[in-house]
Design a protein around this ligand. Structure first.
Ligand SMILES: [Zn+2]
Length: 142
């Protein structure tokens, strides 16, 4: 019985992130009034004190607070964008379509699967450590 309860609890903890995402998704889809999602990219004017949609639409001229190796076209940001375009060329001859598909593959499929795999790995390691601690305690008593 204890083993069954432990298995049930482990299963519920393992499935919790999936149930949470599904609940949030359904909550947004069925919300009334419907949340207002943008249908077009906003057009804003350039501001010197902060980024606006102008930066998104035309490129940012502001000094970044993060280091260049992370944010520059020669750094991680540029590497990621070039990688997405390269992956996109594998799946489509149309560059914007391929780039879009690559974004969906990486950020809506691979990244969540990887994150969920790490969640399951952490749970399994937690369970293994707990079992090992119990075994050591049992060995000390005997
Ligand atoms: Zn900016």
């Amino acid at each position: 019985m204890i083993r069954y309860v432990g298995l049930m609890r482990s299963t519920l903890v393992a499935l919790f992130p999936l149930a949470l995402v599904a609940a949030l998704f359904l909550g947004v889809v069925h919300a009334r009034p419907t949340p207002s999602f943008r249908r077009t990219i906003p057009q804003e004017s350039f501001r010197t004190d902060r980024c606006t949609w102008y930066c998104h639409n035309h490129g940012c001229r502001h000094k970044t607070s993060l280091p260049d190796w992370l944010t520059s076209d020669a750094g991680a940001f540029g590497f990621t964008i070039r990688g997405l375009y390269a992956l996109g060329r594998v799946v489509s001859n149309d560059a914007p379509t391929g780039y879009g598909i690559a974004n969906l593959l990486v950020f809506c499929t691979a990244w969540p699967v990887l994150t969920y795999g790490l969640w399951i790995t952490a749970l399994l390691q937690h369970k293994s450590l707990k079992r090992e601690r119990a075994r050591q305690r049992h060995a000390e008593v005997a």
